[in-house]
Design a protein around this ligand. Structure first.
Ligand SMILES: Nc1nc2c(ncn2[C@@H]2O[C@H](COP(=O)(O)OP(=O)(O)O)[C@@H](O)[C@H]2O)c(=O)[nH]1
Ligand SMILES: [Mg+2]
Length: 430
């Protein structure tokens, strides 16, 4: 089971744990996944697939054939017909899982082993993407000490920029450290192979961080075109290696920003703030409050939306009513809390993933037990049929014969590229 892993990182007191709690509030039964040990700072967040669940197609067909009735007003599933093994589906809005990691311990000098040191950096390395939670209100200093709310926007903006730079510098220093260790000796060893040898040497050094040869190669080219009179790589001093590390870091770690505490931040705080990933305003504690109120049946709130409905106003006391009305207003002005939006953007746009539905019966879209569309896999866009088969089961990958597209019923080969929302049957030798 390789679910996408997204790390939440940032200085103390910005709202990482609040974001984590809000996004992972729904409990998920990990017992179904015996190989999945889960650490306390790792949770499962559910993200809505961008396209309707294919159970909508099933409903449309069955209704047209007069085999089922139209959706009833009071249907709790709002028409969904699938039986998700993990996650849920209401109104054909299919929720798919990803891991979220609350990575504490970003302190100045982490790359030199301060704070949690290498444990902190190892957490980062195991993530497919990072979201840096920053305090958009500028209400805390770099160590997380409270500085008061209602900061002027120039100061808040300066603090946000400082936070973003700070994480970048830590990662640069960490990468530079990995390169510097045994650099001249290692580089001499590959000198006969020229630039190509150098790139694969760097790649070898950084594979633990999830570096690909392609990303290292691009970063190296960008670095190389910027420098003049480089001389022999084994003579490069630590400044040159640090410059190389900056290019490698931006290629390896796009850092997406959740500009948190936006409810108390100056409106224009993000003007001119730049990151090497997306920047999305967030209100993690509003999200947490709403999800809790929804779980307690006080309101009906769908994460990502910019409004909610009261369930039974008479059951609310005055304080609850006031707090919820306040959140209602915040939701409207900010167009949602931003929590679902940042996860959606990172998973589907930045990581470029899609959701596909492997089935065993290409006509009924069921598994071997007759369950309808039980699995929704979050996979890289353009994944080939055989690679998907391997994700379902190693035996299915090894024995791959052909696939059948669930909609067109066409036979597809091992290199057939899947599209978002595809349903696929895989035939394999057993
Ligand atoms: N105003 C406001 N406060 C928030 C928000 N998110 C978190 N906080 C508060 O910020 C403080 C630190 O939050 P926490 O999640 O523990 O931060 P962490 O140290 O980064 O894990 C807590 O008092 C939270 O209630 C937000 O969106 N708006
Ligand atoms: Mg925390």
């Amino acid at each position: 089971m390789d679910w996408v892993r997204i790390g939440l990182v940032g200085k103390p007191n910005v709202g990482k744990s609040t974001f984590f709690s809000a996004a992972t509030l729904a409990k998920v039964d990990i017992a179904n996944y015996p190989f999945c040990t889960i650490e306390p700072n790792v949770g499962v967040a559910f993200v809505a697939a961008r396209l309707d669940c294919p159970c909508k197609d099933i409903r449309v067909k069955l209704e047209a054939e007069g085999r089922i009735e139209a959706v009833k007003e009071d249907d709790p599933r709002k028409g969904s017909l699938c039986e998700p093994r993990t996650g849920s589906c209401v109104g054909h809005r299919r929720l798919v899982p990803c891991f979220l990691v609350d990575i504490a311990g970003l302190v100045p000098g982490a790359s030199e082993g301060r704070g949690r040191g290498n444990a902190f950096l190892a957490d980062l390395a195991n993530c497919n993407a990072l979201i840096q939670v920053v305090d958009a209100a500028g209400s805390t200093d770099l160590e997380g000490n409270p500085q008061g709310l209602n900061q002027p926007s120039e100061l808040a903006r300066a603090r946000v920029n400082e936070e973003i730079e700070f994480l970048g510098h830590e990662l640069d220093a960490w990468i530079a450290g990995l390169l510097l260790d045994g650099w001249s000796r290692g580089v001499r060893r590959v000198q006969a192979e020229g630039d190509k040898g150098l790139v694969s040497f760097i790649h070898e050094r950084l594979t633990g961080l999830g570096a690909t040869l392609q990303s290292v190669s691009l970063a190296y080219d960008a670095f190389f075109s910027e420098q003049s009179d480089l001389g022999s790589p084994w003579d490069w001093n630590s400044d040159v290696i640090a410059a190389l590390a900056v290019h490698l870091r931006t290629a390896l770690f796009p850092i997406h920003i959740a500009a948190n505490k936006f409810d108390v931040a100056p409106n224009d705080v993000l003007d001119g703030v730049a990151a090497n990933g997306v920047i999305i305003p967030c209100m993690a504690d509003v999200e947490l409050g709403l999800r809790r109120a929804d779980a307690a049946n006080l309101i009906a709130y769908v994460p990502g939306e910019n409004d909610f409905q009261f369930s039974d106003q008479s059951s609310l006391n005055e304080a609850q009513m006031k707090a919820l009305n306040h959140m209602k207003e915040r939701l409207k002005t900010n167009q949602g809390t931003g929590v679902a939006r940042v996860l959606d953007t990172v998973l589907f746009d930045e990581l470029d993933h899609i959701v596909v539905y492997p089935v065993q019966d290409e006509a009924r879209w069921t598994d071997g037990d007759g369950k309808v569309l039980p699995d929704a896999f979050v996979v890289p866009s353009g994944i080939q049929a055989k690679a998907l088969a391997f994700k379902v089961h190693t035996d299915l990958g090894n024995g791959f014969i052909r696939g059948v597209d669930g909609r067109s019923r066409r036979v597809v080969g091992s290199d057939h590229e899947l599209q978002d929302g595809d349903v696929l049957k895989i035939h394999a030798k057993s």
